[in-house]
Design a protein around this ligand. Structure first.
Ligand code: AMP
Ligand code: GLY
Length: 421
């Protein structure tokens, strides 16, 4: 098979690496990819949202299968477009991807089908939202932009002033554009967070091993939300018993609800869960692999990924057994100084070999370019330094040893990945 992966981050690098191990894959392309992905796949300079460009590349280069990894092209109907042209894909169509791209839709789905989640109301006018928040009178309160916002559209307001400011930023300043036309105002939940990714073809659901993301920018879970600063797998809070409960009350009901709504979901469904004192609840769904969860989860996958994704696209997932390494894995993200705010680009990265790697770890590139035989920063999240170990402690100590070998001006990373328990 000739496979094209769409996307350009650390997640896509982890996907490419896994597919490269498959005897079923003869050639591997990535659009647009990045400096580090170029060591593992042929990178082609076509944007992830360029439907026509992707289709013409697919036709001109004998591509058999397209893996659409990021949220934006999924929400924009990349899969619908390619499938209409007869190309097999991994990823949901636009109607199914709405489970991520509209929080108003996903919250409504959970309410309708009794899937546990935070209590909420939807508003399209900031003054009505504010009146509701004041009427509730309890803080913190969670305010979420309806649409996609690079993982930054959620504000936890500690008081009236912060709530007012959040509504203003999202609904009037429109920092997330049309994603802020409506907001979800919801109850603040507490408890450990767990990410579970699941393969599903709409008929069968196979949850992957659990993981834990670290969304806040700074140590001690402080600072602004980011796309994710590091991950561990397994998630130490996610017991067998909780997994069973989630399967019965959340995972399977979600798959069935989507079918019931005529939005059969085929691809990877991301469950962002919170283990509250009242049981596991859904914080968010994503319609794709998480970043940087993929880096730790796929590192533990033992079954051929190419076999799984083709089975999903054919609706034959039930024929597959998916197995996992018992080892633990950890990923520490090295980011540009200033991220998730503004940050410089084009800084030289030291410590990487000619393939963009370092001894003792797998370095998934998120925002890099390669030129003059070296690697340079080219994004907020730059590298995801990923390791395995017999337990989390070993995986983490290996990851941090590897991180210390790499440097670039202003580099920042959290020192407490996997330590929050
Ligand atoms: P989301 O983008 O929906 O995953 O939200 C980003 C982060 O905000 C989550 O990972 C949680 O840490 C936090 N969050 C979102 N919703 C809630 C909630 N209802 N209660 C408490 N924290 C939340
Ligand atoms: N790591 C969170 C996400 O991919 O949305």
């Amino acid at each position: 098979m000739n496979i094209l992966v769409i996307g350009s981050g650390g997640r896509e690098h982890a996907i490419v690496r896994k597919l490269k191990e498959s005897p079923l894959v003869s050639s591997l392309y990535c659009a647009p990819g990045n400096g580090g992905i170029a060591a593992d796949a042929v990178c082609v300079p076509i944007g992830a949202m360029d439907k026509e460009g992707i289709l013409s590349f697919v036709k001109g280069n004998g591509i058999d299968f397209v893996f659409v990894a990021p949220d934006d092209p999924l929400a924009a109907g990349m899969v619908d477009f390619l499938e209409a042209a007869g190309i097999s894909c991994f990823g949901p169509n636009a109607k199914a991807a709405e489970i991520e791209s509209s929080k108003v839709f996903s919250k409504g789905l959970m309410k309708k089908y009794g899937i546990p989640t935070a209590e909420y109301e939807v508003f399209s006018q900031p003054d009505k939202a504010m009146a509701y928040i004041e009427g509730r009178g309890s803080y913190p309160v969670v305010i979420k932009a309806d649409g996609l916002a690079l993982g930054k559209g959620v504000i936890i307001a500690q008081n009236r002033e912060e709530a007012k400011e959040a509504l203003h930023t999202i609904m009037e300043d429109k920092v997330f554009g049309d994603s802020g036309n409506e907001v979800v105002v919801e109850e603040f939940l507490t408890g450990p967070e767990v990410t579970v990714l699941a393969f599903t073809d709409g008929e069968t659901m196979i949850p992957m091993v659990s993981s834990m993301d670290h969304k806040r920018a700074y140590d001690g879970n402080r600072g602004p939300n980011t796309g994710g600063m590091g991950t561990i797998s397994p998630n130490p809070f996610y017991t067998e018993e909780i997994a069973k409960e989630c399967m019965e009350k959340i995972f399977l009901p979600t798959m069935r609800a989507m079918n019931q709504e005529g939005r059969r979901f085929q691809g990877c469904l991301y469950f962002g869960l919170m283990l509250t004192p009242n049981g596991p609840k859904v914080i968010e769904y994503n319609s794709r692999f998480g970043d940087p969860e993929t880096q730790v989860v796929l590192s533990r996958l033992e079954t051929d990924l190419a076999e799984i994704i083709t089975a999903v696209s054919r609706g034959r997932l039930k024929e597959i057994t998916v197995s996992w390494s018992k080892q633990a894995s950890a990923c520490v993200v090295m980011a540009s100084g200033g991220y998730p705010g503004s940050y410089p680009k084009g800084l030289k990265i030291s410590g990487l070999d000619e393939h963009g790697q370092v001894a003792g770890a797998t370095v998934f590139h998120a925002g890099t370019v390669q030129r003059d035989g070296g690697f340079y920063t080219n994004g907020g999240r730059v590298l995801g330094v990923t390791t395995m170990g017999s337990d989390l402690e070993e995986a983490l100590s290996r990851a941090y040893s590897a991180v210390e070998k790499i440097s670039f001006e202003g580099a920042m990373y959290r020192k407490d990945i996997g330590k929050a328990y």
